[in-house]
Design a protein. Structure first.
Length: 444
């Protein structure tokens, strides 16, 4: 047998084993690189080393085990004898090791595969071919080639099983848990969700559903928060998913615990984790709209008087003539809180409009109120309907403070020109007509 042919054969068998080890290790976690190196050393290197030592004839009272080596050594061909016999021994050792390796990998794949019965059936169908290969190698090459017979039996079976084996875990399904929740069986729903999460331990939807169950149904916000934070710490959780989870936690802090400070702290985490992103900008905008304290949150829940469009038929009432007496100290305190809020976010439209109304309707500071509405009117993102309402309010407050002068007339004309189709524009036109009639009567 040619030396080059034997080396090519050994290299091909080793390459096939390495290839299949990499493919199997992708499906089965047990076969890491360290395991393969130990298996290669124990199955090939150590047996060959022992064989060489036993046939070297260097140990006292221990002649070479192989007769061919002993005969060649008598003729003075020690090195050639050892090399030839070592190559033959390598064929036997490597073939048996290769067959055992592929068999071991196949066994592990069978254990993990969900369609195990199909793979076993394929092995049974392939078994008659094994008998043919055993007979062929045994007849032509002797018993030393039985390892190759076993390798060429399990190798095609390994190829088939790598393609057909179903090793991926089924995706979790939470329809049963949703049904339990709808019927109020929350403890059973929790067990179902946890059982489904065992199929995929990093499934975002499952953990969010579990956290929602803890917060909304069990009232255990502490456990819900821990679940969310653990999910955010999971490396496989994406930044958008982290943002969704933290926004949901902020909702619970605000709605269930009535704690806007804690909600603000949760949303700040998004800004810290994702600086400069759209997710951080969205979180920052929401932070700017949050109440600063629990007292402010409680105030927002109080039913409020609806402000009808200004410049109604009864102009004085729209400007606050019939407003109930208010506590000026409380109004001043509210105004100071709104000023602090606007220092943090000057674009907060709702806060600035509220401040203007407090100035005009509760504190009687009409000039400051008009100044705030002027700032709102200059914003490029202002809504058209609100802009018309602000102009109407400014005109009403000017008339209340300074009478039907030029400034009020200019505001009314500006309102008609910029928002001609608005209800405030029709009211402004009626008001201008009334002002002209009054001027004629006074002149007459």
């Amino acid at each position: 047998m040619s030396l080059i042919f034997v080396i090519i054969l050994l290299g091909s068998v080793m390459a096939l084993v390495v290839y299949h080890w990499k493919e199997f290790s992708a499906e089965v976690d047990d076969f890491k690189r360290a395991w393969f190196l130990r298996w290669l050393c124990g199955g090939v290197a150590i047996p060959l080393l022992i064989w060489i030592l036993l046939n070297a004839g260097s140990m006292p009272f221990m002649p070479p085990l192989t007769k061919n080596v002993a005969k060649l050594r008598v003729g003075g061909h020690d090195f050639e004898a050892m090399l030839a016999q070592t190559i033959l021994a390598s064929l036997v050792v490597v073939s048996w090791w290769a067959a055992m390796t592929i068999t071991w990998l196949l066994t592990a794949l069978f254990r993990k595969a969900r369609n195990r019965d199909d793979l076993i059936l394929a092995g049974i169908v392939w078994s008659p071919v094994a008998l043919i290969s055993l007979g062929f190698f045994g007849y032509f090459f002797g018993w030393g080639a039985i390892g190759f017979a076993g390798f060429f039996w399990v190798w095609p079976l390994a190829q088939y099983c790598l393609v057909e084996a179903q090793t991926a875990k089924p995706l979790p399904s939470y329809s049963k848990a949703i049904g339990k929740i709808k019927f109020g069986k929350y403890s059973e729903a929790e067990r179902v969700i946890i059982a489904e999460l065992e199929k995929s331990e990093t499934d975002f939807d499952g953990w969010m559903m579990l956290a929602e169950l803890y917060a909304g149904q069990f009232g255990d916000l502490r456990e819900a928060e821990k679940t969310i934070l653990d999910l955010c710490a999971e490396p496989s959780t994406t930044l958008p998913q982290i943002s969704i989870a933290l926004h949901r936690l902020a909702d619970w802090q605000l709605n269930l615990r009535q704690d806007p400070v804690a909600a603000r702290r949760v949303l700040e985490e998004i800004c810290n984790r994702m600086p400069g992103t759209l997710l951080a900008l969205t979180a920052r905008n929401r932070i700017n709209q949050l109440p600063n304290s629990r007292a402010e949150l409680d105030e927002l829940k109080i039913p409020r008087k609806i402000h009808l469009p200004a410049l109604s038929e009864d102009l004085g009432e729209s400007a606050g003539d019939n407003a109930a007496p208010v506590d000026s100290s409380a109004a001043l305190r509210s105004a100071n809180e709104l000023v602090e809020k606007l220092n943090e976010n000057p674009k907060d439209i709702a806060a600035r409009e509220k401040l203007a109304r407090i100035f005009a309707e509760q504190l009687g500071k009409f000039d400051l109120a008009v100044e705030q509405l002027e700032l709102l009117s200059e914003m490029p993102e202002r809504p058209a309907a609100k802009a018309a309402e602000w102009l109407a309010l400014m005109a009403a407050w000017r008339i209340k403070r300074h009478g039907e002068g030029d400034e009020a007339r200019q505001l009314l004309e500006r309102l008609i020109h910029e928002f001609p189709e608005s209800p405030q524009a029709f009211a402004a036109q009626r008001r201008l007509n009334l002002m002209r009639m009054n001027a004629k009567m006074r002149g007459g």
